[in-house]
Design a protein around this ligand. Structure first.
Ligand code: SF4
Length: 289
């Protein structure tokens, strides 16, 4: 079955989930599924193929609007000093799908004009069409970054890492709030050297240093996804599956997730933070786990 089929659906449930990490809340899905195919994708465990696009954008915006007005959020917090933040792209890459499948200007306009709510999404695609629209700081794009060496295996067909880094200044100048999403952090031999080179490239190419914060999420893999990747000959499983430094964790949705061993992960986090602070100290880490 091709991974590119797209269905239009009328979204019937509008659950807004609490997050508190990348954003305060996760909005109902404008899209569910992804036309990229990253080897570590948690969403693909549940929907390996295709993309469902909600046809009722207005209904979703209506729900976000009501939620924003009736939900008290303690501000300032690490997601934003002032606005209640909503991740609009938890189950897709909104940046990739926007031009063809989403009423993105309507969605951006909603957030731009909303006195309480702000929209946010992580992406691995540099969508230059967005540069023609100024959201006046009410849309945060979180460019996902990892070493290009890892991305070549794990993130087929996405924008190159250099292109994503070069996009940071451009998007800030166009009126976007831009953060970096270091996710997933991959630990294999030589990983700190790879992150050193990545941080140096960020340092050399970002001018608006006082504006760009970061979130850092170490890899969580999954046993079923591991088997799926092997059966389907996905590239890069040797970077993801590393039992000598990983342990099982029963996920809240059932199934066995695999993460770096607790004690080791604490050391990795300290190593990451130290290196990050040496090279790009201006890039405040909002959270790391
Ligand atoms: S871009 Fe995100 S949603 Fe799409 S396949 Fe990659 S990890 Fe999954």
């Amino acid at each position: 079955m091709p991974s590119t089929f797209v269905d239009k659906v009328k979204r019937k449930t509008f659950i807004i989930r609490e997050s508190g990490r990348s954003t305060d809340f996760i909005s109902p899905s404008f899209g569910h599924g992804c036309l990229f195919d990253c080897s570590y994708c948690y969403m693909k465990r549940h929907k390996p193929y295709g993309l469902d696009v909600a046809t009722n954008t207005n209904d979703i915006l209506y729900e976000i609007n009501s939620h924003a007005y009736f939900t008290v959020v303690d501000k300032p917090n690490q997601t934003h000093e002032q606005f209640t933040t909503y991740d609009i792209s938890c189950n897709e890459d909104f940046g990739l799908h926007a031009n063809k499948y989403h009423e993105w200007e309507k969605i951006f306009e909603f957030f731009k004009n909303h006195p309480v709510a702000m929209g946010s999404f992580a992406t691995k695609f540099v969508n230059l069409k967005f540069l023609n629209y100024n959201p006046e700081g009410k849309i945060r794009i979180r460019f996902s970054l990892m070493s290009q060496f890892y991305a070549d295996y794990l993130e087929p067909n996405t924008s190159s890492i250099s292109k994503r880094i070069l996009a940071i200044d451009k998007f800030i100048e166009a009126g976007y709030d831009v953060h970096i999403n270091f996710s997933p952090v991959i630990v294999v031999n030589g990983w700190l050297d790879r992150y050193k080179a990545l941080f140096e490239e960020v340092e050399a190419n970002v001018t608006h240093k006082n504006k760009v914060k970061a979130e850092v999420i170490f890899l969580t893999h999954n046993e079923n996804k591991h088997k799926y990747n092997l059966i389907h000959d996905k590239k890069g499983e040797h970077l993801l599956w590393n039992p000598s430094i990983q342990e099982n964790k029963i996920s809240q949705y059932g199934g066995i997730n695999i993460r770096y061993k607790h004690v080791l992960k604490a050391q990795y986090i300290e190593q990451f933070k130290k290196l990050h602070k040496e090279i790009i100290p201006w890039n405040t880490i909002r959270y790391i786990f």
